[in-house]
Design a protein around this ligand. Structure first.
Ligand SMILES: C[S@@+](CC[C@H](N)C(=O)[O-])C[C@H]1O[C@@H](n2cnc3c(N)ncnc32)[C@H](O)[C@@H]1O
Length: 230
């Protein structure tokens, strides 16, 4: 790791609202004091959420949705998850500077997500420009593939929705196929996010690092939100 990344990573680890876990053998969260903590079942009180929702942003990168939504909807709690701490450092600094009490970050593999939350604790999941893993033999690594949906079902409320924003026609089509096969209900399907006005706050207002690059390359941005349970 370069010096700059190491610095960002150390800063990320210093914030009390940033956690990590990298062990498949001992999937327990570690806090900024290097202490093992179990917050599963306690995320809402930890983030000061009384009546609102708990929403995850998976593959959050710099965490633009986590911080943008947390600022706009203070009644909800938002948690960004990614394996790259140096990237999440940007979102973590924002949370720290703005003193947002309703946002947190977890550095881990999304494959471990079921260990960090209790059944039914999560009310919704954003998946924003995930890697599309285009080769067929990598399909099970796609974050909207059946094995990942099964992981989400272990921690999500029956009313939870999955919200995918992508520039990849292949991943979009693949996800629509999974939705159809599993007989899941689509709440919103927008084939071109910027074609007109949009009533879903955040979809046009928040643009992530990857989205900015895709927009510069004039790629079409797609969105689908669907119920996780039938
Ligand atoms: C293309 S980037 C998108 C980042 C951000 N959402 C954006 O729009 O700028 C994909 C991100 O997914 C993360 N990622 C991919 N697979 C992952 C996994 N299995 N567990 C945790 N993070 C993962 C990568 O580290 C990377 O930051």
């Amino acid at each position: 790791m370069g010096k700059d990344k190491l610095k960002k990573f150390a800063k990320y680890k210093s914030f009390p609202f940033c956690y990590e876990n990298l062990s498949f053998d001992q999937p327990q969260l570690i806090d900024s004091q290097n202490q093992a903590v179990s917050i599963a079942g306690q995320w809402k009180p930890t983030l000061g959420v009384a009546l609102g929702d708990l929403i995850l942003e998976l593959a959050c990168g710099k965490g633009e949705y986590t911080v943008g939504m947390a600022e706009h909807y203070p009644e909800n709690g938002y948690i960004g998850v990614d394996i790259k701490g140096a990237r999440m450092h940007q979102g973590a600094c924002f949370v720290n500077d703005k003193k947002l009490s309703n946002a947190a970050f977890i550095r881990s593999r999304i494959e471990l997500i079921e260990h960090f939350f209790s059944p039914g604790e999560v009310d919704g999941i954003f998946i924003i420009f995930p890697d599309p893993f285009l080769r067929n033999r990598s399909a099970s690594r796609r974050l909207t593939s059946p094995p990942f949906l099964d992981r989400y079902r272990k921690i999500c409320d029956p009313k939870a929705t999955i919200r995918l924003k992508t520039d990849s026609p292949e991943l979009y089509k693949y996800t629509l196929g999974v939705i159809q096969k599993q007989k899941l209900q689509i709440k919103y399907q927008i084939d071109d996010v910027y074609a007109g006005q949009c009533s879903l706050w955040g979809l046009q207002e928040i643009q992530t690092f990857y989205e900015t690059m895709h927009l510069e390359a004039k790629r079409t941005i797609m969105y689908v939100e669907f119920n996780l349970f039938t």
